[in-house]
Design a protein around this ligand. Structure first.
Ligand SMILES: [Mn+2]
Length: 424
């Protein structure tokens, strides 16, 4: 379904006066208002094709009804999101869950909704029914050359599909590793993986990037062959200028200082971008900002500082994507909340008084440095983010409009109560 613009405008009318009061109040405090509004408008976050259905755990999956049954319907759902928040203008495809049958038609449908194709994601963490060799004991690391070859060829196939869709990045996340001590020779696993990545790297066009994602554990529980940012950095540094390290917020050991990781990867020009989510204990894939919004702000503070230091374009020079799962919420509402949380943290980071912060750092004034950061963090920037949406034609209250227009109810009528989207 496509949301009609006039219905969003009608809903905005009812909230216009209250919004204007709140916006004027905070806007009066922001010295660089035009710059902040311009950057907020440009900042989009890609939605992965596997995030439109209800997520499951290894214990079960409880479908919410009206889930997209095809890639076309997934694109329509992201179209709904983008119409409401004007900040979800890209889709990240997962192969083979979402293989376009007709790339041209899919590209045209996405364009109709104002969407472009972000990074392509390969999958060698599951076996597909038509494949010759199993990934039970790894893919790019496997002791058997034939398995490695199959995994390399799959990644090259994903690149080819991405070229047709106008994507320019490949995200590689490996489940490779081991569950028990002694199972794997760490050095040989690294060497095999590196050799496989080299072959994939060689197949990428010159204007493409490889994003190598790391994860400390799960599904393997003793070792992971790309376990942390240091290991990912070793691979991408050896591979060459088209390879970068991708940070997924949930893929660290508890309490890792992710903002410091981000800062140093950017210093080396090797940060690919982000998979956003939030977590309490492990790779929980919860709604962005639902558990630890202060950490998200501190990460964005480093991102903005680092991008500005390198003269980078905030919106385009790094890859921004949500990688979350929705076990108990409506997927579209959950994604609206995640995008909102990201834009709030970004807006707060744009408000940091950098001059004052640098002074405090040079004077070893830890108290003032904290004051500067928390002044920005504790500013209610929601009216700025809402104003940015309003100016772009989106909704002041995206979830409110999603509910009042009964979007989910209509999707259930259209698609049925018992539909299950492909994905995890
Ligand atoms: Mn991820």
């Amino acid at each position: 379904m496509q949301l009609e613009k006039y219905k969003i405008d009608e809903a905005n009318q009812q909230k216009a006066a209250a919004h204007q009061r709140k916006f004027d109040y905070v806007a009066g405090e922001v010295a660089n208002l035009d710059d902040v509004m311009e950057k907020l408008a440009a900042f989009n976050i890609a939605i992965p094709s596997w995030a439109l259905g209800t997520g499951g755990t290894r214990f079960g999956r409880f479908s919410g009804g009206g889930e997209p049954r095809s890639l076309e319907e997934k694109i329509e759902d992201i179209g709904v999101l983008h119409a409401l928040n004007r900040s979800s203008g890209a889709i990240s495809l997962h192969i083979p869950w979402d293989i376009p049958k007709d790339a041209k038609a899919i590209k045209a449908l996405a364009a109709q909704h104002g969407l472009r194709f972000d990074a392509m994601n390969s999958n060698t963490f599951q076996d597909q029914s038509n494949q010759a060799h199993s990934y039970k004991f790894g893919s790019l690391q496997h002791v058997d050359k034939a398995v490695r070859k199959q995994a390399v060829e799959h990644n090259i196939e994903v690149i080819k599909q991405g070229i047709e869709l106008g994507s320019n990045a490949l995200t590689v996340w490996l489940a490779d590793g081991s569950c028990f001590p002694g199972q794997l020779n760490f050095r040989k696993a690294f060497e095999n993986t590196y050799e496989s990545l080299e072959e994939i790297y060689a197949a990428m066009p010159d204007d493409w990037k490889m994003y190598l994602e790391y994860k400390c554990y799960e599904p393997n529980f003793y070792s992971t062959t790309v376990a942390d940012w240091g290991q990912s950095y070793m691979y991408v540094n050896k591979l060459g200028p088209k390879a970068y390290t991708l940070v997924d917020l949930g893929h660290h050991l508890p309490n890792a200082n992710i903002e410091q990781i981000v800062s140093l990867l950017m210093m080396e020009g090797k940060l690919a971008g982000f998979h956003f989510n939030d977590s309490k204990y492990g790779d929980d894939d919860l709604t962005v900002g639902s558990i630890n919004p202060y950490q998200l702000f501190l990460i964005f503070n480093e991102l903005v500082e680092g991008m500005d230091a390198r003269g980078m374009n905030h919106a385009n020079d790094l890859g921004w994507m949500i990688d979350a799962s929705h076990n108990v919420k409506d997927p579209i509402e959950d994604l609206l909340q995640s995008v909102e949380a990201i834009k709030i943290a970004y807006a707060q980071a744009l408000l940091v008084d950098k001059k004052k912060l640098v002074e405090a750092q040079l004077n070893n004034d830890a108290a003032l440095a904290q004051e500067v950061l928390q002044q920005a963090y504790r500013t209610d920037v929601r009216p700025l983010v809402a104003e940015s949406r309003l100016r772009a034609g989106g909704a002041l209250d995206p979830i409110g409009v999603f509910r009042s227009l009964q979007v989910r109810g209509n999707l259930i009528k259209e698609r049925g109560e018992k539909t299950v989207a492909t994905g995890l």
